[in-house]
Write a protein that binds this ligand. Structure first.
Ligand code: 8YV
Length: 323
């Protein structure tokens, strides 16, 4: 029997092509000399897309008339127009759950690096300054501080558990209150006002663009620390640079950027910003687990007609498909 044809627009973690090799035919579009010609020739055969970062919009979907499913690598799927996919009867899946602990660990590491200036202190040692004098005491400490989590989902809850072990209290802002033992603030400004640390874990996309703006940063205040492990678009980066320069907030730890891999030049000049190259989920075991979940979604869809982890926008479609 012919194997279902999966289009892979760009390279992905090896666990994905390896896991698909037996049951699927994979078109590795980025390796083609003329990707447009390959797409034109094979478009009608493609029933699935596996992607790890390529933008999938309505125009892309319209090129693939027999597409059934887009399996995306990563929990955030802001580069995929999942509503346009649902309108065209195409299911979208992501990889939630398997990266929660890794991203939460990175978030706490970034918080420690930022509050206790760990990377700056290491640079100080490597530059030979320790022999001259001890590293200055840090203004911030963590124990007894208040963390406000913007976006208390799975990863946010994993961060909240870790924060408790550090003696940090937790509050949150979501669109809706949840049944959790943390204080809820109905607006982000109120949460920022009540927090020393603002932890951004909310999904990216148009709805959350620049939620963290100059007003929110002013509310966080001169001892405040901003950590972002979600999407760069959630923070107004230009406003953040101004706030860090002016001392409106104390410091920021960022794993994500508005135009990554480009980083705002203003951030690169600042000592009170700790900058990581989007490594939140970046360990081999975690990325392999995410890749396996991409494969499981495709296998389950073509064997049983059910995706394992459909995104919210696909829920209605999945219900209808199940009958
Ligand atoms: C992914 C991420 O690994 O899962 C996400 O949403 O941000 C990362 O941890 C990355 O986006 C994969 O492209």
């Amino acid at each position: 029997m012919a194997r279902p044809i999966v289009l892979m627009p760009g390279p992905m973690n090896r666990s994905v092509p390896d896991g698909l090799a037996d049951a699927f035919e994979v078109i590795r579009l980025w390796e083609a000399d003329d990707p447009d010609a390959v797409l034109a020739e094979r478009a009608k055969d493609v029933v699935a897309v596996a992607t790890g970062g390529t933008a999938i919009d309505a125009a892309f979907l319209d090129q693939l008339p027999n597409l059934q499913i887009v399996a995306s690598f990563g929990v955030g799927y802001d580069k995929i127009d999942a509503s346009a996919a649902a309108e065209r009867g195409v299911v979208v899946t992501n990889t939630p759950g398997v990266l929660d602990d890794e991203v939460a660990d990175t978030a706490m590491g970034l918080l420690l690096m930022t509050a206790r200036e760990l990377s700056r202190a290491e640079r100080y040692l490597r530059d030979g300054h320790w022999q001259e004098r001890a590293y200055p005491l840090t203004k911030a400490t963590l124990s007894g501080r208040r963390m406000g989590i913007l976006g208390l989902g799975r990863i946010g809850e994993a961060i909240a558990h870790r924060a408790a072990a550090f003696g940090i209290s937790v509050a949150y802002h979501n669109r809706h209150r949840k049944d959790v033992p943390y204080d809820y603030y109905p607006t982000l400004v109120e949460l920022a006002t009540a927090s020393d640390i603002l932890m951004v874990v909310i999904p990216g996309g148009a709805e959350t663009e620049h939620l963290v703006n100059a007003e929110v940063l002013a509310a966080l205040g001169p001892d405040g620390i901003l950590i972002n492990v979600a999407r760069g678009t959630v923070v107004d980066e230009a406003a953040l640079v101004e706030a860090l320069k002016a001392g409106t907030i104390l410091s920021a730890g960022l794993d994500v950027f508005e135009h990554e891999p480009e980083v705002h030049p203003g951030l690169l000049e600042l000592d009170n910003a700790v900058l990581l190259p989007h490594v939140g989920s970046g360990s081999i075991p975690t990325r392999d687990a995410m890749g396996r979940l991409v494969v499981e979604n495709l296998v389950s869809w073509f064997e049983r007609g059910v995706p394992v982890t459909p995104v919210q926008e696909s829920a209605e479609l999945v219900r209808k498909t199940r009958g």
